[in-house]
Design a binder for this molecule. Structure first.
Ligand code: SF4
Length: 295
């Protein structure tokens, strides 16, 4: 297929098990890891864990990616639809609270087809926020929870770290579409999310202004609505930023001072729902081991 599935619109040839686009993978589902994920937001991970399926490849490939082994190197294995169904059934049988599709954007079309039938658990679309509206519309009714990054509200860092200067406007429109589909969040009696939107923002060192503008846009879009903002402070230098001098300003952890400033700004702006993080979780031990396919 000639692929224009995501906002990159590469027009690259994607065969079954090879792809020449930015995402770097074929159209057949390629998976790097399957696990019960305990470190997502509490309303997603609960007590048993979220049934996470990490897809190989990525349409963003941020310089600071915490999962660069799978996003850049494309490590993983191609699976058939039948094998994918077995993986989902296995996660269900282990007690997963939901099915968490991690970095799914380059497979949106296939996943929309697969999840025409609900697996009996909420489906979480856990994405980088660089989504095409057409793909999202295909997912309407098949995804119950959007767990979406909002990485940048400013073009400069979007271009520098993700080669996507148009990220801010693409992401804003995508978040609106997601909210239009799932509406206000709802939790069950155990505090697990049944449906809704969580907007995630990873605070980057030296990027206070970007984080503040993200919060401004969040409030403009969702102020007064039941949408969660998850402010993440666990940034750890990884991959390219540790070896490329162009990214030296983010080759360090986020200081407690910076993270506190961002959280304070969110509070002053009136963010009502969501999560602030314990900055002590800025540790590589929270990055899943992608050398193990199943945990
Ligand atoms: S899904 Fe991959 S190949 Fe297709 S447009 Fe996006 S990055 Fe390019």
């Amino acid at each position: 297929m000639i692929c224009k599935e995501c906002p990159r619109r590469c027009g690259a040839l994607r065969r079954s098990e090879s792809g020449g686009g930015v995402c770097g993978v074929g159209v057949k589902l390629k998976i790097s890891k399957v696990m019960l994920h305990k470190w997502e937001e509490p309303c997603i991970s609960g007590t048993n864990g979220s049934g996470a399926v990490f897809f190989s490849g990525c349409n963003l490939k941020c310089a600071f990616c915490q999962n660069s082994d799978i996003s850049f190197d494309g490590n993983g294995k191609y699976v058939s639809r039948e094998e994918f169904s077995e993986i989902i059934n296995e996660l269900k049988s282990k007690g997963a609270h939901n099915i968490n599709l991690v970095t799914p954007s380059h497979y949106a079309h296939t996943l929309a087809d697969i999840f025409k039938e609900n697996p009996g658990l909420p489906v979480v679309y856990n994405c980088g926020g660089y989504e095409s509206i057409r793909s999202l519309k295909e997912l309407n009714g098949k995804v119950q929870i959007y767990l979406a990054d909002f990485k940048y509200a400013l073009s400069f860092p979007a271009e520098k770290y993700s080669s996507a200067a148009d990220y801010p406007e693409i992401c804003e429109k995508a978040l609106e579409e997601m909210y239009n589909q799932v509406g206000d969040f709802e939790l069950d009696e155990n505090g697990l999310m049944k449906k809704g939107l969580i907007v995630r923002h990873l605070v980057l060192p030296g990027n206070l202004e970007n984080s503040k503008r993200v919060i401004d846009v969040f409030m403009r879009l969702f102020g007064g609505k039941r949408v969660m903002l998850s402010l993440m402070g666990q940034y750890t230098p990884h991959g390219k930023v540790t070896s490329d001098i162009r990214f030296s300003e983010i080759n360090k952890k986020v200081s407690r001072t910076l993270y506190t400033k961002v959280c304070d700004y969110a509070a002053v702006c009136g963010v009502e729902y969501g999560y602030f993080q314990d900055i002590s979780s800025a540790n590589e031990k929270y990055i899943p081991d992608f050398n193990i396919f199943k945990e």
